[in-house]
Design a protein around this ligand. Structure first.
Ligand code: PGA
Length: 247
């Protein structure tokens, strides 16, 4: 099996820098392709011991009067590798008053990619029946006028909202993942040409754990996984990486 990309999204975890170091230490014990999206407050410290640290979101602005925001320039200057953009927990208005709109996401992607940073774009539907409609819309608007020369740094994570986080019904089945990733791939090929689209990695995220990761990674079109809850629990993270390592 070719090397697959593993992205950890710690979300609002862990509670201490000490525990954050422990998670990084676990990852560093494996020769796998792992990027870890960490809380802002730990990013500077962690970037000193692991060069592949991501942020979980990034400001759409370059700098200025935007209280609480962190810019791509700040990230780049401390050696951050890139950022997740458009996670469903940022698109919704529960955390972020207006929620991230597609135009905000588009701007964030442009800033990251033009500055040689990795951008992990999350897309996904609320209910399975709307999968094609939502993915098509998000891909078209989030990637509007993105320069194709930067696409090697773009990763797309298909994360159906119904399969994500504490409220998840279940992980998507291998068949559902296959259908959705194929749909993402063909939408990208429609938008860009086939060769260019082929450079974009497509991942699956949503309730990935040590029990289902093998089946998911064996799906040919799946270039990797984005792991939420299981990535900030040291025991689960260790087991998950051991499982991947054994495939
Ligand atoms: P989960 O989250 O693995 O906890 O379902 C994935 C994500 O939200 O990125």
């Amino acid at each position: 099996m070719p090397m697959k990309l593993i992205i950890a999204n710690w979300k609002e975890n862990p509670d201490s820098l000490e525990d954050a170091h422990k998670l990084i230490k676990i990852s560093n014990n494996f020769k796998l392709d792992i990027l870890q999206a960490v809380p802002y407050i730990f990013a500077n410290e962690l970037a000193k011991e692991n060069t592949e640290i991501l942020l979980q979101d990034i400001s759409k602005f370059e700098n200025g009067s935007h209280t609480g925001e962190v810019s791509y320039k700040m990230a780049k200057n401390i050696g951050i590798f890139g950022s997740i953009v458009g996670h469903s927990e940022r698109r919704e208005s529960r955390i972020n008053i207006h929620g991230d709109r597609d135009e905000d996401i588009n701007q964030k992607l442009k800033n990251l990619l033009a500055n040689d940073l990795v951008a992990v774009l999350c897309v996904g539907e609320e209910v399975r029946e709307n999968m094609q409609k939502v993915l098509e819309l998000q891909i078209v608007s989030d990637l509007k006028s993105i320069d194709t020369k930067f696409l090697e740094k773009l990763v797309i994570a298909y994360e159906p909202i119904w399969a994500i986080g504490e409220a998840a019904l279940r992980a998507a089945s291998a068949q559902e993942i296959l259908e959705s990733l194929n749909f993402v791939k063909s939408s990208l090929e429609k938008k860009f040409d086939k060769e260019v689209a082929g450079k974009i990695k497509i991942l699956y995220g949503g309730s990935v754990d040590e029990n289902n990761v093998e089946e998911i990674l064996k799906i040919g079109v799946c270039d990797g996984v984005l792991v939420g809850r299981a990535s900030s629990d040291p025991t689960k993270w260790q087991k998950l990486l051991e499982k991947i390592n054994s495939i």
